[in-house]
Design a protein around this ligand. Sequence first.
Ligand SMILES: *[C@@H]1O[C@H](CO)[C@@H](O)[C@H](O)[C@H]1NC(C)=O
Ligand SMILES: *[C@@H]1O[C@H](CO)[C@@H](O)[C@H](O)[C@H]1NC(C)=O
Length: 301
Amino acid sequence: MTAIQCSWLIAGCGFCVGFLSTFYLASSVMKVREPHVQEASWKYKNIEIPTISNNDHLSKDLSRKVRVLCWIMTAPANLDTRTIHLKYSWTRHCNIALFMSSVTNESFPTIGLGTKEGRDQLYRKTIRAFQIVHKHYYEKADWFLRADDDTYIVVENLRWMLSNYTPDQPVYFGKRFKPFAEQGYMSGGAGFVLSKEALNRFVEGFQKENCTHTTSLEDIGLGQCMEKMGVIAGDSRDTEQRETFHPFTPDYHIKEGFDKSFWYWRYSYYPIVEASSLMIISKMYGFETLQKLLSFFSPFY
Ligand SMILES: *[C@@H]1O[C@H](CO)[C@@H](O)[C@H](O)[C@H]1NC(C)=O
Ligand SMILES: *[C@@H]1O[C@H](CO)[C@@H](O)[C@H](O)[C@H]1NC(C)=O
């Protein structure tokens, strides 16, 4: 394990402990029963994973009020190596989790989008996926998250942020980049989330041909369509103006000092605050260990 990975693990644990103590404090103030991690009730690859605690009222309450459908962009070749880890970790916290692939796999299961595979198919896959979600799940959720199969999302924190908004507002959130549209666009890598109204307008944009498949660069294409359809690019930074959606691996966001010539400086819509908020999202590629640690130590994961 490299020093960077180590320091991230420590930071990750610090975050868990910090979060736990905040939660304990909140629960004593609010006189709700203390949350406790229950006996492990199932095993995943010989690691015992605690079940989601039944008495964490705050998160339960939020999950009823802020219903999030998560759909994961994946591919047949990734199911057994990457996507399986998402299936058994954070996606369990979404109200609905769907895995979208080029072809249907009934055993995983994945929903087949009827496209080819490859990066040049990304935007087609996304358009198709949102159309399916709109057709079959519109009434079942308020917010619609799209994430990659190497993204890690802390769903409770996402709900917490979203609870400041209502799903009938045409708005979407993610890591906001500056170019290619007046209001910028949300980077695909960090994941992004659409309100119900934003989903509505995106799908309508294609129905009425206000939007078309102009580019295979999914996030840019989607950002431009959103702008055309009057969907606002939202600001999801925390109270100290730190980003909550992170497009790179955690070590990248934690290590000191991005190189000033790095395109990220020019692309970022908001000034880069180098101490990242650990609130929501990180790319987890190669960080399975942390993923499992989080699964183990947090009351929610
Ligand atoms: C379907 O998914 C399972 C994992 O659940 C995988 O082992 C299998 O290879 C997949 N089948 C195809 C045809 O990709
Ligand atoms: C979409 O296209 C229709 C028909 O061309 C037009 O009437 C409508 O104003 C357009 N909507 C937006 C948001 O541009």
